[in-house]
Design a binder for this molecule. Structure first.
Ligand SMILES: C[S@@+](CC[C@H](N)C(=O)[O-])C[C@H]1O[C@@H](n2cnc3c(N)ncnc32)[C@H](O)[C@@H]1O
Length: 255
């Protein structure tokens, strides 16, 4: 219910390029948000194969879990269908990487690795992706190897402990995509660890900001932080920018 009401609010308030006065946001909207990269046939073929897989695996979920099932025995098909970053959003992130020339990318929540395959399309990127469940991480690792993605590093374990352990080595972070533990405190904690490792031109993406009341609360607080100069709500996720040269603004954009 919360997501439906939130979507209605988003739908009523979202704007497109005709309402944008900031040149930075106008460019971002016209060149990236409304024109995500094309579908990658190989990644989409893998997505389809995974969606049809009935193979079941035992999973350990360190996050907020699924709204659809509390079972620890899940089919790979179910994970691919319900817990993967949608293709359009992955293609938007891939376009963002090309547009801004991002190199050092961090993803919290690897799952089967479909999104990390898009994040690592550009050969200049070094992707570090974090996953709690060892079986899922192993499947993702297999996909990275099959696609020859040598610059994807998978860190396995609960992000609550792995992120503090690895954070110094990730400096400087150009793009961070938080798509793991969809809860209020972990979201704020992960942001607190990551943000000091970013720079003026970085972007932090918080996924599923309208998934629940607590995620919405986390989003409202994060976009209000003094270091955030620009925030953009795409419903699927929220984007945070830190460039002091940008005029402080908060947008809801059509995606
Ligand atoms: C929504 S899925 C990520 C989807 C992924 N970005 C993709 O390519 O489709 C979230 C993932 O985060 C993992 N996760 C959730 N909380 C975690 C935590 N505290 N530590 C490590 N992994 C976690 C889950 O196991 C799950 O695989």
């Amino acid at each position: 219910m919360f997501e439906i009401v939130s979507f209605f609010h988003y739908w009523l308030n979202r704007v497109d390029e005709h309402s944008l006065h900031s040149p930075f946001v106008y460019n971002l909207f016209t060149e990236v948000i409304s024109r995500p990269n094309a579908k990658d046939n190989e990644i989409e073929f893998l997505r389809q194969q995974l969606r049809y897989s009935k193979k079941a695996i035992e999973v350990v979920d360190f996050g907020a879990g699924s709204k659809l099932t509390k079972k620890t025995n899940r089919s790979i098909g179910g994970i691919a269908k319900h817990a993967s970053t949608p293709s359009k959003f992955s293609r938007f992130l891939s376009k963002t990487i090309d547009h801004f020339g991002f190199c050092n990318i961090v993803e919290l929540g690897t799952s089967l690795g479909l999104n990390a395959l898009y994040l690592s399309q550009n050969q200049n990127t070094q992707v570090t992706t974090f996953e709690g469940d060892p079986t899922i991480a192993q499947l993702a690792q297999g996909h990275f190897e099959a696609f020859g993605r040598k610059k994807v590093n998978t860190i396995v374990g609960n992000i609550d402990s792995t992120l503090p352990q690895y954070i110094d080595a990730l400096n400087p972070i150009d793009l961070a995509y938080l798509d793991a533990n969809h809860r209020y405190s972990p979201t704020l904690n992960y942001y607190e660890l990551i943000q000091p490792m970013t720079h003026d031109k970085s972007m932090i993406v918080i996924d599923d900001i309208h998934w629940s009341k607590e995620m919405n609360k986390a989003w409202l607080e994060l976009k209000d932080r003094p270091e955030v100069t620009l925030s953009i709500d795409l419903f699927e996720a929220g984007l945070l920018f830190f460039d002091p040269k940008l005029e402080k603004a908060d947008y809801i954009l059509k995606f």
